[in-house]
Design a protein around this ligand. Structure first.
Ligand code: ASP
Length: 323
């Protein structure tokens, strides 16, 4: 079993024209740093669960991505974060939603899973649980970044709601109006370890200018995150409401389990055929129980990367692998 990790930093309208060479470089470097963290754990014989936790933690700490620091703004100008993690070995799972004061929602999700009493905690209850477990709280302005604030201001000015994060990026870097359905920016990681165990983790600030209290696919197992040693580990990014309606992550697993499809075939059906029928823009990263990796998306781009234990790391942004 050759351990492997894959990560994403969100999908959306990410075109070459929208990113300067300097921004492009910054994203590649950030993705490589994240991969390195997960890869090292796998190389030292660590678990897939620890590798995805470390990768998502690093993504939450990086202001370039819409999770943890750098989360998008709600319509009220606040931040509400969602995160989830799932262990493919036991189907154990933990998630938090609508948290406003946790530095690293992924650590709270992991603690929910480890405690095992519940699967999903929301709002103040989730925050109190995290504090009781010694996790770090932050003031609301911790999440603030100038770039996301500008995106939100422009979304408000244009009356655009529920923008995916990387579409909001297009808002600030391009003068023309942007498509409100094409902007996403969740983060996630999937991994297979040397013991053959799969794990998946996802974390997000949601969509720009979302209603207060809105919950997307990220903290919902089967929709935005899923792991099962018999089939696949998956982390999704995109228009959350559509991923929920299709149970996108679980659907890939179900196609593999019940129809005997390969990972690539199952991903193609869900991302390229089913999601588009309801305008479900976005993508996912997946690793199956044999270590096959797929990172399909139907948007213009998706920040992504993968690394085999002891192997090279690769990162990509656009549709063609020419970067
Ligand atoms: N799926 C996330 C949500 O709907 C957004 C994203 O992937 O950018 O909250």
């Amino acid at each position: 079993m050759n351990p492997v990790i894959a990560i994403h930093g969100g999908a959306g309208t990410i075109t070459r024209a929208a990113l300067s060479a300097e921004q492009e470089r910054a994203f590649h470097e950030a993705l490589d740093h994240v991969l390195q963290g997960g890869q090292r754990i796998l190389e030292q014989g660590g678990s897939a669960l620890d590798a995805v936790t470390e990768a998502v933690l690093r993504l939450e700490e990086c202001p370039l991505f819409n999770a943890g620091k750098g989360a998008v703004f709600t319509h009220a100008g606040t931040h509400e974060l969602d995160a989830s993690i799932m262990d493919g070995r036991t189907l154990a799972a933990g998630a938090v939603a609508c948290v406003k004061s946790l530095r690293n929602p992924i650590l709270a999700a992991r603690r929910v899973m480890e405690e095992g009493r519940h699967v999903l905690l929301v709002g103040e209850g989730a925050e109190a649980f995290a504090r009781d477990n010694g996790l770090e709280s932050v003031a609301p302005d911790y999440y603030f970044t100038e770039a996301r604030h500008a995106q939100w201001q422009r979304a408000l000015a244009e009356g655009r709601t529920d923008l995916l994060d990387h579409d909001a990026q297009a808002l600030t870097s391009q003068p023309e109006p942007i498509d409100p359905d094409t902007k996403m920016g969740t983060v996630g990681a999937v991994a297979l370890d040397a013991q053959g165990n799969l794990a998946a983790a996802t974390s997000t600030g949601g969509v720009t200018d979302k209603r207060v209290g809105r919950v997307g696919d990220t903290p919902l197992f089967d929709a935005g995150c899923y792991a099962n040693n018999r089939t696949v580990a998956i982390s999704c990014t995109g228009a959350g409401e559509k991923f929920i309606r299709l149970l996108a992550a679980y659907d890939v697993s179900a196609l593999m389990e019940y129809r005997g499809l390969s990972l690539a075939e199952a991903c193609d059906i869900v991302v390229m055929r089913k999601l588009p029928t309801i305008n479900g823009l976005g993508g996912l990263i997946a690793v199956d129980h044999r270590g096959e990796v797929c990172m399909p998306f139907n948007s213009e781009g998706m920040y992504r990367g993968k690394a085999l234990a002891g192997g090279p790391r690769s990162t990509a942004i656009y549709r063609s692998a020419d970067e």
